[in-house]
Design a protein around this ligand. Structure first.
Ligand code: C2E
Ligand code: MG
Ligand code: MG
Length: 703
């Protein structure tokens, strides 16, 4: 019984042992942790089943040798391993612990962590070593991947953090530190609300979280706060990460700094809405603001005034001072305008020398006039530029909403008309828009259309008025004067249609027609009177045309008229701007043999010294002086002075508008060279002029 119980006990113990071995094997398999023991004296190595599996072999329970083991270690790791074993066998304090790779018979690799301990005999000689081999391949590959992720994150310009399911930050990248100015330690463990600014309201965040719950992702722009308190715009992408059970385990949040982009956007918007020179709102922004002001006035039943302010004679200042100083002056004017308006008014630069003011809550006409008077008073003080004093005056037109226009375009257009009116009545004043101005503008529009048609239909033609030599009474030339007879309407005066043609650009084709017609016709008349010279009036805008010389050349070439048979009449107003350029063109005209006459002399401001610089041949005394010559002693003196002055400058003199014998006699006494006027002949149509030429008699005998 006792025996039997001992046997049973033994069996139980051996069963227990067996089961504990099996148990150990199982546990090792689960942990991927094998064990080994090395009998150093006999050089035998015993591996546990899991150690075999880690090395890619099936468990045999048999012994291995140390050398066989070394062979399964990765070639590059062998030296390291041998060194560690050597150290362990030499030094009882050495801690045998190393990571190396194992190459399995099928060529695949595992990463293992070896740990071991040496047993020593009483003489201090190593007799055995036992240890563990832990397959850490999976851990390492996760770690490697994490390292990779961290490298990627750190190389990104965008700030990134990862938070856990409780939304506490567990990982950050370097850009996030830079973006917010926190150290990573300061952010880890915190909630992302440390970045929050108060620029967004509660609803914003509620919606954000709702989207995250619904879609696992939210993207949008928001304003966040840096550690130093500064708020800035960020593009934010938040991604919820779910584990295999479908629960949110992490959030990944990516911030892209938009400060630069926003600033660039703002700069772009600024530059497209503001004038570069003066930094005032430009026309586009002006129209926007005006639209707003009109809307507000509509709601509040109030008035808005718009004024267009044009700097008088700015071109002259610009030409004489140079553009740099001109620009400087514009800036000073802009500043002065800004200083003279209320906070709520908008001063803008519409372009060139034109400014505009929007004046909301303008009150009545009297209030607007007072406001404008204040601005004008502000301009009573001089501007200092290039060491000189300048007085600037403004021509200004004013419109009121709702009376003068219901929309920005109309208001601006009408203010422009009123401004032109201010110029017409002598500059340096302001004019309110009136409907008569509008009528005039509409009238102009109709005339312009009719003129275009008229040019196509041949409704324009020339009259010729003879110029008579006072010593011989013979016709030495004629002035061509254009006429327009629209079909079914009265003849229109050139005084009316020439300025419109100039404004609309129609003067180019019209002027060309006149020039060519006069040349062709005169060429024919040379057969009757070879001394004839035809005078053609040139308008200011024709004179500014780049290809004026080419047009003159081709008219002469095509008609065959010799250049010395052509005279052009210019007026003093053409001589004020760009004097050097004007002289240059006149010289080129003169080089060709064409002669140059100054028309309407005495009405402008040309001084003698200025006149001397121009290559003129003839002065035409304006008819306003001739008219009252015999009754007004002032006019008589002026005419006398002009004649003697012309003679001293070696210029020929023509008196215009001679109507009476008395005028003729006065002029003859003063030795005026030529005359033109109703006394001799009115402007005649071609056929009548031909008839006059054919008579060949002295026109002095008429009276
Ligand atoms: P203007 O060049 O000074 O022409 C002289 C104007 O005086 C002409 O008026 C002519 O008919 C008028 N006239 C001539 N003799 C007398 C007179 O004894 N008494 C009075 N009261 N008037 C006289 P018109 O033809 O009406 O031309 C007016 C202005 O229109 C011209 O003044 C000239 O500046 C412009 N004009 C006429 N034709 C043309 C043209 O073909 N081209 C350009 N650019 N301008 C032209
Ligand atoms: Mg003329
Ligand atoms: Mg004239």
């Amino acid at each position: 019984m006792a025996l039997s119980s001992d046997t049973e006990k033994c069996k139980r113990i051996s069963d227990d042992l067996l089961s504990s071995q099996e148990h150990l094997n199982k546990v090792q398999e689960i942990a991927h942790l094998g064990s080994w023991s090395w009998d150093i004296l006999n050089n035998t190595l015993l591996w546990s089943d899991e150690a075999y599996r880690i090395f890619g072999l099936s468990p045999t329970g048999s012994f291995q040798t140390y050398e066989a083991f070394i062979k399964s270690v990765h070639r590059e790791d062998r030296a390291k391993l041998k060194e560690a074993v050597k150290s362990a066998l030499a030094d009882p304090d050495y801690r045998y612990e190393l990571e190396h790779r194992v190459v399995r018979p099928d060529g695949s690799e595992r990463v293992v962590m070896e740990r071991g301990k040496v047993e020593w005999d009483s003489f201090g000689k190593p007799i055995s070593m036992m240890g563990t081999v832990h397959d850490i391949t999976n851990i390492r590959s996760v770690e490697d991947q994490l390292k990779l992720v961290q490298i990627v994150l750190n190389s990104s310009d965008e700030g990134v953090f990862i938070s856990d399911s409780q939304n506490k930050i567990i990982s950050v990248n370097q850009s996030l530190c830079k973006l917010y100015g926190y150290d990573s330690a300061e952010m880890l463990g915190q909630r992302p609300s440390i970045f929050k600014s108060d620029r967004q309201d509660k609803e914003f965040y509620t919606e954000l979280w709702q989207t995250l719950v619904d879609k696992d992702e939210w993207t949008g722009e928001m304003w966040n706060r840096r550690k130093n308190g500064e708020t800035f715009p960020v593009k934010t992408t938040i991604q919820a990460v779910r584990n295999k059970f479908g629960e949110v385990s992490n959030f990944v949040c990516i911030y892209k700094d938009l400060s630069d982009i926003k600033q660039r956007d703002e700069e772009l918007v600024y530059s497209t809405t503001h004038d570069v020179l003066t930094s005032l709102p430009n026309r586009q922004l002006f129209l926007d603001r005006l639209r707003q002001a009109i809307r507000q006035a509509h709601r509040e039943d109030s008035r808005v005034s718009v004024s267009v302010l044009n700097i008088d004679l700015f071109k002259k200042i610009n030409d004489s001072l140079g553009h740099t100083h001109g620009d400087e002056l514009l800036k000073m004017i802009a500043q002065r305008l800004k200083n003279s308006v209320r906070q709520e008014d908008t001063v803008s630069r519409l372009g060139g020398d034109e400014f505009s003011i929007i004046h909301p809550n303008a009150g009545n006409v009297e209030a607007v006039a007072l406001m404008m008077q204040r601005i004008f008073d502000g301009f009573a003080k001089p501007f200092y530029l290039a060491g000189k004093e300048f007085y600037i005056t403004l021509s200004t037109g004013i419109t009121l909403y709702p009376e003068d226009g219901m929309d920005p375009d109309k208001m601006l257009r009408n203010a422009d008309l009123a401004m032109n009116r201010a110029k017409d009545v002598g500059r340096s004043n302001f004019q309110f828009f009136t409907s008569t101005l509008d009528d005039r503008a509409t009238n102009r529009l109709t005339i312009e259309n009719d003129m275009r048609l008229g040019l196509k239909r041949g409704e324009f033609f020339l009259n010729y008025q003879p110029k008579v030599d006072l010593s011989t009474g013979q016709i030495t030339g004629m002035e061509s004067l254009s006429r327009w007879k629209p079909s079914g309407k009265d003849q229109v005066s050139p005084v009316e249609f020439i300025p419109i043609a100039e404004e609309t650009g129609l003067i180019v084709p019209l002027g060309d027609f006149i020039l060519r017609d006069a040349c062709f016709q005169t060429k024919n008349w040379l057969d009757i009177n070879p001394n004839l010279r035809v005078a053609v009036n040139l308008s200011a805008s024709q004179f500014r045309q780049k290809n004026l010389l080419m047009r003159l050349d081709s008219a002469l070439r095509d008609s065959g008229l010799p250049p010395e048979k052509l005279e052009i009449e210019i007026t003093e107003s053409m001589l004020v701007d760009n004097i050097d350029e004007v002289i240059n063109i006149l010289c080129k005209i003169k080089e060709r043999g064409i002669t140059i006459a100054m028309d309407d002399f005495g009405t402008g401001y040309s001084s003698l010294s200025v006149l001397k610089r121009f290559p003129l041949d003839t002065l035409k005394i304006d008819q306003s002086f001739v008219r009252d010559l015999t009754v007004d002693s002032d006019d008589a003196q002026i005419v006398t002075a002009i004649i003697s002055m012309a003679k001293s400058l070696h210029l020929k003199v023509v008196a215009e508008g001679v109507e009476t014998k008395e005028q003729l006699m006065f002029l003859t006494e003063r030795e005026c060279d030529m005359m033109q006027g109703y006394y001799f002949s009115k402007p005649l149509v071609e056929d009548d002029f031909s008839a006059l030429l054919t008579q060949k008699k002295s026109l002095l005998d008429i009276g």
